[in-house]
Design a protein around this ligand. Structure first.
Ligand code: CTP
Length: 403
């Protein structure tokens, strides 16, 4: 469930070709459970029609400060008082300059100026040509808008409608939605650095074969996302999975358990929390053939011998214990039965303050799960829910412990 559900957002469109993305944004907001009131400038109407946005938001669009539908004829007051936030997307260079100076010659800027500054946050998604974006005037304006408490989103990079390539594209609708989600998420991990391992590892037998497991990485990716939404700086060490990297998360791809350990150790300094969700292969072939192992026609199978992989969590937890609490370690236990007993025993064996038990075969590859949080004091169940909901609950729990 989105933190945006139940919110009321005024979506303002100023004039820019990126306005076509605002239709998608409006739709995505409505889908997330937001009520959306669209306000458009005259310039925005050159790019999108109010009809489109009325149909997508399910509410008549406001385009004029003189709109007679408001009994008091004060749309700028009424609309801004109802909102949980005003989101201007696209915010053109001209509109941002106008905001900066407190201009108020049409409804959208008038409403932004009239909003109760301490109650109704203003979030803008800039959209313009790369030269306009890098112009010293725009740089100054962005800095001043931020200093005035206006939340200025990043811009995207790439091909622009004008044919040039560079910074200044408006973020995609999904990215703006994610930024709004982050904006409204309580910052229980603000200022913390969080390192997460996720997915399976792959242990090569030869250049074309290997052993791996059914972990999809979904739980670890959901935790990385939840931690970032909660204000953490997140590094995700991912085994071979094809999941999209959560926005704002730094991802490092690895293959084998030993690669994962090296990547974890390289990123460990300066971390405050380590969450090991990866289903690390316990064993690897004792050597990996340089060339493909061929059948020789005799029907004889190759002899495989295994050696144990390093235990990444135990290694990290041990050094964390030696450093007396600078790093908070959270492990997972993938079990097939006797969840409480195995998770409790594993927690003591791995020396971690919090171990999260789950039934591996029931959850691998699925979008939902149920978790058992085991610590020194006992066990607490997080009942069946989507992995994203559970990830949010787990991050809230970790945030409480670090208070
Ligand atoms: N883990 C790890 N490195 C390993 C094995 C496991 O970091 N080589 C971590 C996992 O990421 C998880 C926790 O240890 O956080 C427990 O993993 P799990 O597979 O449940 O347990 P194992 O240690 O492999 O023990 P067993 O196979 O006996 O259940």
């Amino acid at each position: 469930m989105s933190t945006l559900a139940g919110k009321h957002i005024v979506l303002g469109l100023s004039g820019g070709i990126a306005a076509y993305k605002s239709a998608e944004l409006c739709r995505a907001l409505v889908k997330a459970g937001v009520t959306v009131q669209v306000v458009m400038t005259e310039a925005a109407e050159q790019f999108m029609t109010a009809v489109t946005l009325q149909a997508l938001s399910g509410r008549p669009v406001y385009t004029s400060q003189w709109d007679p539908r408001e009994a008091n004829n004060m749309a700028h007051i009424n609309l801004s008082r109802e909102a949980d936030a005003i989101v201007v997307a696209p915010a053109s260079a001209d509109f941002m300059a106008k905001l900066l100076h407190g201009g108020a010659d049409e409804l959208l800027s008038l409403m932004c100026l009239a909003r109760p500054i301490d109650k109704v946050p203003l979030i803008v998604a800039p959209a313009m040509n790369r030269q306009m974006w890098s112009n010293p005037a725009t740089r100054r304006n962005v800095a001043q808008l931020q200093a005035d408490g206006i939340h200025v989103l990043d811009v995207g990079q790439g091909d622009q409608a004008c044919g040039e390539t560079g910074d200044g594209r408006m973020l995609e609708a999904d990215d703006i939605l994610e930024e709004l989600e982050a904006f409204f998420t309580p910052k229980v991990l603000a200022g913390r650095a969080v390192l997460v391992t996720a997915g399976p590892t792959y242990e090569a037998i030869d250049p074309v074969r290997g052993i791996t497991n059914l972990s999809s990485g979904k739980m670890g990716f959901a935790i990385a996302r939840a931690a970032r939404l909660a204000g953490a700086e997140v590094t995700l060490i991912a085994g071979p999975v094809s999941l999209a990297t959560p926005r704002g998360v730094k991802r490092v791809n690895v293959r084998s358990a030993r690669d994962m350990l090296l990547a974890v150790q390289a990123h460990l300094p300066a971390q405050g929390v380590f969450v090991a969700t990866a289903a690390v292969a316990d064993w690897r072939p004792d050597h990996s053939a340089e060339q493909k192992i061929k059948k020789d026609g005799s029907g004889q199978t190759p002899e495989l011998a295994f050696v144990e992989n390093p235990d990444i969590l135990a290694t990290v937890a041990q050094s964390a214990a030696a450093q007396k609490g600078a790093l908070f370690c959270v492990g997972f236990a993938a079990e097939s039965h006797d969840l409480l007993a195995h998770t409790t025993a594993k927690r003591l064996r791995k020396l971690v303050p919090l171990l999260v038990g789950n039934i591996g075969p029931a959850t691998f590859g699925q979008d939902d799960n149920a978790l058992l949080l085991v610590d020194e004091a006992g066990a607490r169940e997080l009942p069946h829910a989507s992995k994203q909901v559970l990830a949010t609950q787990l991050i809230e729990d970790i945030g409480q412990r670090l208070k």
